[in-house]
Design a protein. Structure first.
Length: 83
């Protein structure tokens, strides 16, 4: 819903919607993100239907210009989206 409608979620609503697993203070964010990464997530999220390849492709489709700029360096061509 958030991707399609642009709805913004606060942390409490995001937890309720299943978008995030927990919330933390901004100052703790990097440390907590590293802890989660080291724990082997998303394997430990109980996300049985999570498909990393599909998620990656979805992000490439949504953020075409950013992906092109980051993967190719400087891009002189007009923005291009397949959406």
């Amino acid at each position: 819903e958030g991707v399609l409608t642009g709805r913004r979620y606060g942390s409490t609503d995001a937890i309720r919607a299943g978008i995030v697993d927990e919330e933390c203070e901004v100052g703790e964010l990097m440390v907590r993100a590293e802890e989660i990464a080291e724990a082997g997530l998303p394997d430990n999220l109980n996300a049985a239907n999570f498909d990393a390849a599909s998620f990656r492709q979805m992000k490439i489709e949504l953020y075409t210009d950013a992906y092109r700029a980051l993967s190719m360096g400087s891009v002189d061509a007009e923005p291009e989206s397949r959406l």
